[in-house]
Design a protein around this ligand. Structure first.
Ligand SMILES: CC(C)(COP(=O)(O)OP(=O)(O)OC[C@H]1O[C@@H](n2cnc3c(N)ncnc32)[C@H](O)[C@@H]1OP(=O)(O)O)[C@@H](O)C(=O)NCCC(=O)NCCS
Length: 175
């Protein structure tokens, strides 16, 4: 398998230089907290469907202690000299009662949005899902979140249904 705890890849962006895409690790807890602080109110609402102000200890454990079997999570970081600046994360959790479905979420920090990084990261997520026999990725988004719909449509057929006022469930069939 390619997408394991050891996964790591350099991504050379045509105008923004070098990025590192790698498996999320338990030591990423602090980075995740810092990244949330850098995320705009608008993006927080799009990602969490609420104005998320922080993570609980339990959430941090879930988000960073990843088994790469039922839960796959990748981070992308900007390489700055000898250090790394958080840029975004993507993950999925396989459904307990249907191993061919997984719920995904993706976040790119505002200052890095619109550069194709979301696309790059979502491509990896789809590959990781296919590697595990997953046939459908689904997630929730606000009805005005056109960006995520556009991003998903590049990978295949997307269905959407309103699950509650202003909230959609989006589902992508993986080819
Ligand atoms: C949704 C998100 C992940 C997209 O990441 P990104 O890095 O900005 O996306 P990309 O730059 O790869 O662009 C993806 C597509 O969206 C399009 N797009 C960019 N801005 C857009 C806008 N304002 N409206 C509609 N589409 C837009 C781009 O044109 C691109 O399509 P293209 O390649 O055909 O040009 C990112 O905006 C984000 O993290 N948003 C907040 C959290 C969120 O909404 N998560 C999704 C729910 S879990």
């Amino acid at each position: 398998m390619k997408y394991t705890k050891e996964f790591s890849e350099i991504f050379n962006h045509p105008s923004r230089g070098e990025f590192l895409c790698r498996a999320i690790r338990p030591s990423d807890k602090e980075g995740l907290v810092m990244a949330l602080k850098d995320l705009s109110i608008e993006s927080r609402k799009k990602r969490f469907l609420t104005l998320k102000k922080g993570f609980t200890e339990k959430e941090l454990k879930i988000f960073t202690e990843v088994d790469f079997v039922r839960h796959v999570a990748l981070a992308i970081l900007k390489v700055v000299d000898q250090s790394f600046e958080p840029v975004g994360t993507v993950r999925f959790f396989v459904d307990e009662d249907n191993l061919e479905r997984a719920e995904f979420a993706i976040t790119i920090l505002d200052k890095f949005q619109g550069l194709g990084i979301g696309n790059y990261l979502f491509d990896h997520l789809c590959e990781a899902a296919k590697e595990r026999g997953i046939k459908e990725l689904y997630g929730t988004a606000s009805t005005e979140n056109n960006k995520i719909v556009k991003l998903m449509k590049k990978k295949g057929e997307v269905k959407s249904k309103v699950i509650t006022h202003g909230i959609l469930e989006l589902s992508l069939k993986l080819g």
